[in-house]
Each structure stands twice: as C-alpha cells, then as structure tokens.
Design a protein around this ligand. Structure first.
Ligand code: UDP
Ligand code: MG
Length: 311
C-alpha cells in the first residue's frame, strides 16, 4: 500500500488500522508505505508510532512537495508484486481493496476507482472537470478515464513502468494513462473525510489541471497555430477586398475604428499565445533544471519488517 499524507494527524492512524484489518484477511504479506509530505502537524510521529505495531514504512519528505511527488516516492519505496495507492484521510473505502485484488488475480494490470459523487460536486467543479477531461483527451492519443484518481491498484509491471518515466513534473493521472496496460475501472462513492480539511481548493485544482494539460497535451500550442492561420487568412482576404474596392469602385479608405479595433484584437491574441508559449517554456525549464521531484529527509522502517513484509 502507498499512502500519501499531508497534515493528516487526525485521520492517519484510523486509516492505517482499517487498511491493516482488510489486508490481513486478504494477503499473506503486505507493507504500507506512508509518505509524509512535509506535514506541519503530528502526522510523521503518528506514522512512526504505527510502525511499531504495523508493517508501516514511513518516508518523510524534507518539505511539502505535493501529492504527485508523494505518490512517486511511495511507488519508489514499495516492494510488492502489486501496489494499491490510497488517500490517508479515510475517503477511500478500504473495502474496495478486496475487489481490486480479485480483479488483479483475474489478470487486470491496473484497477482504478472511479468517483461517483456527482451530486456532491458544485456546478462549477462539474463543468470544470468535464472541460478538463474533454481537453485532455482531445489532442493526444491518451485516454484518461474521467473521475478516476489515485485510488488504484497497480501490478509490479505498471509500477516499474511509472518509475522509469524520467519527468520531474509528475502528473500521475496522465502517467497512469500513458503507460497503458490492461486497465479496468470500478465505481465508488468517496466517504466523508475522517478529519482535517482538503488541500485541493479550486485554485490548486486549476493549477493541477493546467500542469496536466501542458505536460500531456500540445493542444494549446496547436490552437495557437490554428488561430494564427485562420486570422492571417482572414486578414489577407480583407486586404484583398480593400484593394479591389479602391481600384474598381474608387472608395477611399474610411474611418480609423477598424484600425484601432483590429490592432487591439490582434495584439491581444498575440499576447495570449505568447503567454501559452511561455507556459510550455516554463515546463521545459523545470525539466531541464533536472532537480529531483522530492527530497527524502528520513525513512523509518517497521519494527518487525521480516514478519509481515515480503522478503
Ligand atoms: N496530500 C499530500 N500532499 C499534498 C496534499 C495532499 O500527500 O500536498 C495527500 C493527503 O494527505 C491525502 C491525499 O493526498 O491523503 C488527498 O488529499 P485531499 O484529501 O486534500 O484531497 P481530496 O480528497 O479533497 O481530493
Ligand atoms: Mg481527501
């Protein structure tokens, strides 16, 4: 199991007990990798305390690097033949682990849980997420299943493929889809948070969506090229029209509003697309710096590693 946790002191112990209770009945050997993503509360201490009685490995980051980095670190430290990734806040029902394992034994390489809570979502979030998935799946060959998050089971093959991807901006939703493999979704309804509050407000979600879009799709750039092409074609046609009008009908070039409006319009479009270009440049810059996606401050291994964990 991989469990990313950021300020989850209130919920973590309960979640780990719930996972352990499920897994003890399902598999002979297991381990839980808790990644403390630079929490400012007692999360690390609670996870370390759990490591005394459960097969919990704690990977503590030097600061908050974000959920995507935390999952990558968890996958890096997980040693199982099969890995399930789950939130620390108790929103992901551990009951689903059994069904995921059953599907894995049937031969599926990846089993993802698909959120089924459209009623709870506000209209704005609903529209935003629809737009996001539409755009993501429009440009490329990727097929990212809507409303499927990080709650998923992965075969060792999938984990190794994910770990082999060298990018530093790790947009997991896109990476799961990119590596491929035989995947199947199962619906689930998220439970209420056991404690604490979500870190993903609208602003963070929009930032994540933009990272995803620019990391996995060149659609915005292609849009810029197409708009440029369309506008220059129009401008050329209009220019031709004015010349012909002047030559054949002798009508003088009238008023300046057209000039002002078109200058404003075209400079706006240009600025917009220079901005988009800049976003991609920023992405390239992030990658080219070659910094690691996270820094591990310490790793706490369970008190009885050999007893419960696969050798
Ligand atoms: N999380 C994390 N790093 C962060 C933010 C969140 O590891 O910077 C973890 C968090 O502890 C939780 C999971 O990611 O286990 C999902 O976060 P949250 O519950 O805030 O998101 P939501 O469920 O609202 O999508
Ligand atoms: Mg949550």
């Amino acid at each position: 199991m991989v469990v990313p946790a950021y300020n989850e002191a209130g919920a973590l112990a309960g979640t780990l007990d719930m996972i352990a209770g499920q897994l003890a009945a399902l598999v002979p050997h297991y381990e839980i990798v808790v990644v403390d993503d630079g929490s400012r509360d007692d999360t690390a201490r609670i996870a370390a305390a759990c490591a005394a009685r459960l097969p919990v490995t704690l990977v503590r980051f030097s600061r908050n690097f974000g959920k995507e980095a935390a999952i990558s670190a968890g996958l890096q430290h997980a040693r199982g033949d099969v890995v399930v990734c789950m939130d620390a806040d108790g929103q992901h029902s551990a009951d689903l682990i059994g069904r995921m394992l059953a599907l894995w034994r049937e031969g599926w390489d990846m089993v993802y849980a698909v959120r089924d809570d459209r009623a709870q979502q506000g209209l704005l979030n609903e529209v935003g997420s629809r737009l996001f998935y539409r755009l993501m799946n429009l440009g490329g060959r990727l097929d990212i299943p809507p409303n499927a998050g990080d709650f998923r089971l992965m075969d060792r093959k999938v984990v190794d493929a994910l770990l082999a991807l060298p990018e530093r901006q790790r947009f997991m939703k896109g990476m799961y889809a990119w590596v491929g493999f035989r995947s199947v979704g199962i619906p689930y309804t998220p439970l209420p948070r056991a404690a604490g509050t979500t870190t993903f407000n609208r602003f963070n979600l929009m930032r994540l969506a933009w990272t995803g879009l620019t990391s996995f799709s060149v659609l915005p750039l292609r849009l810029a090229s197409l708009t440029g092409l369309a506008l220059s074609t129009l401008a050329f046609a209009y220019g031709l029209f004015i010349v012909i009008e002047k030559l054949l009908l002798g009508i003088d070039v009238p008023g300046w509003p057209t000039v002002v409006v078109s200058i404003m319009f075209f400079s706006g479009v240009q600025l917009l697309f220079i901005g988009i270009l800049g976003e991609y440049l920023a992405r390239v810059y992030e990658e080219v710096k070659g910094r690691p996606p996270y820094v591990v401050a310490e790793v706490v291994t369970p008190a009885r590693p050999a007893a419960d964990v696969r050798e």
